[in-house]
Design a protein around this ligand. Structure first.
Ligand SMILES: NC(=O)c1ccc[n+]([C@@H]2O[C@H](COP(=O)([O-])OP(=O)(O)OC[C@H]3O[C@@H](n4cnc5c(N)ncnc54)[C@H](OP(=O)(O)O)[C@@H]3O)[C@@H](O)[C@H]2O)c1
Ligand SMILES: [Zn+2]
Ligand SMILES: [Zn+2]
Length: 372
């Protein structure tokens, strides 16, 4: 069977032939991979900035955003049977007995850094025709989400962020005054930085939760990402057209920032205009660049005098996968065209390098099995 792989030692990115995997223990499930999403992490791995093959292998099979169909189950598997659709979790626990996060099934909060990640760190990914995985890492996906289920994994990033924002804000009276027919967050304003897949999915989560949601990103209007954001009820503001001061004039008090831009200078500028009691969530992983100067007195005064919170978030746990599967169903009912429009290109496994090296579109997908 074919797989998309990267050879870091020889700096090669190529299709490889692998033997089809077999179930070897009762809790395993054999999956026919359907679609694999491509993202910036794959791009970094293929630029040899990131990514580690499993021990003893000279290559790493790519792919961490997956959608698959169960073809066979081990004797002990209870939750799945052949034909079910599933989305796999990416990160697998470290082996340290004292890592309470991993020992509690929350390897997304691993303390040691010795976790492995499928398609990223020391474990082959999903960009291949068949995969055998353990039942515990699989999430069932309703059949109605077959066409867009590959968006679940990137959506979990925003879901984990919102779960944490809601937990953190239990520190204060945060609920909006009760108002018949209005959603829980109708009085809150959120700014999403960046209009890539992570930002747009984050904006969908926020709009759907009732936040008045603004997407603040580079490209001037009109552009397809701005049109997409506005089609599901967010407002788009271009950072090329409006400064952060002008952003605040348009938004008013900013209660939540969901950063999905990976540009640290722009993000820190927006942190400086976060409102009282606000939460700023960082998801971006910037490349290391030249140091820039920041008004640290202003930042620290704001954090203290305005009771602000800053949190970083990576990967996602089972609660975020459950939320993503539930919410993608809701989004697909509410905004079917917008959800479909997030997937801008579908490629065969032989063409997998194209969407990795060409940055156009929003979410590009490798169709491993099934129709393109
Ligand atoms: N924490 C996690 O678990 C996790 C998981 C996956 C990804 N990420 C991170 O999330 C971030 C976003 O990912 P993505 O795949 O959505 O990225 P992407 O497709 O590259 O999109 C980035 C967006 O930010 C905008 N942008 C870039 N630089 C900007 C600047 N200086 N000022 C204003 N806007 C700027 C781009 O604008 P244009 O549209 O005009 O180009 C684009 O809309 C990345 O940093 C990635 O590493 C985090
Ligand atoms: Zn990804
Ligand atoms: Zn751990």
């Amino acid at each position: 069977m074919k797989a998309g792989a990267v050879f870091p030692s020889t700096r090669r990115v190529d299709v490889v032939e692998l033997a089809e995997p077999k179930i070897t223990s009762p809790n395993e499930v054999k999956l026919r991979m359907l679609e694999i999403g491509v993202c910036g992490t794959d791009r970094e791995i293929c630029n040899f900035d990131y990514g580690t093959p499993p021990g003893g292998s000279e290559f790493l099979v790519l792919g961490h955003e997956s959608l698959a169909e169960v073809v066979e189950t081990g004797a002990g598997v209870k939750r799945f049977r052949a034909g079910d659709l599933v989305v796999s979790m990416v990160r697998r626990p470290c082996s340290h007995a004292d890592c309470v996060a991993c020992r509690s099934g929350r390897q997304d909060f691993c303390y040691t850094g010795d976790f492995v990640e499928r398609g990223i760190k020391e474990c082959h990914g999903f960009m291949t025709q068949f995969v055998v995985d353990e039942e515990t890492y699989l999430n069932p996906l309703p059949r109605e989400l077959r066409d867009v289920g590959v968006l679940i994994e990137p959506l979990t990033i925003a879901e984990k962020a919102l779960i944490q924002v809601n937990l953190v804000q239990q520190r204060l009276p945060w609920g909006c005054p009760a108002s018949p027919g209005k959603s829980a967050h109708y009085c809150h304003r959120a700014v999403v930085l960046g209009a890539g897949p992570v930002g747009l999915l984050g904006a969908m989560v926020l709009v759907n939760s009732g936040f008045e949601t603004f997407v603040y990103s580079r490209s001037a209007k009109p552009n397809p990402k701005a049109a997409l954001a506005e089609s599901f009820g967010a407002k788009y503001i271009s950072s090329m057209q409006y400064s952060t001061e002008q952003l605040v004039e348009q938004v008013g008090q900013i209660d939540v920032v969901y950063e999905a831009v990976g540009a640290s200078q722009m993000a820190i500028e927006v942190l400086q205009v976060l409102g009282p009691d606000g939460v700023f969530v960082f998801t971006g992983v910037p490349r290391h660049g030249d140091p820039v100067s920041v008004d640290t007195d202003l930042l620290m005064r704001n954090l203290v005098l305005k009771n602000q919170m800053v949190l970083g978030t990576v990967n996602a746990g089972p609660d975020a996968f459950d939320a993503a599967i539930r919410d993608l169903g809701v989004f697909y009912q509410r905004w079917p065209a917008a959800v479909r429009a997030l997937i801008t290109g579908r490629y065969s496994i032989e063409e997998f390098r194209e969407p990795i090296f060409d940055r156009s579109g929003i979410k590009n997908v490798i169709v491993v099995n099934g129709n393109r």
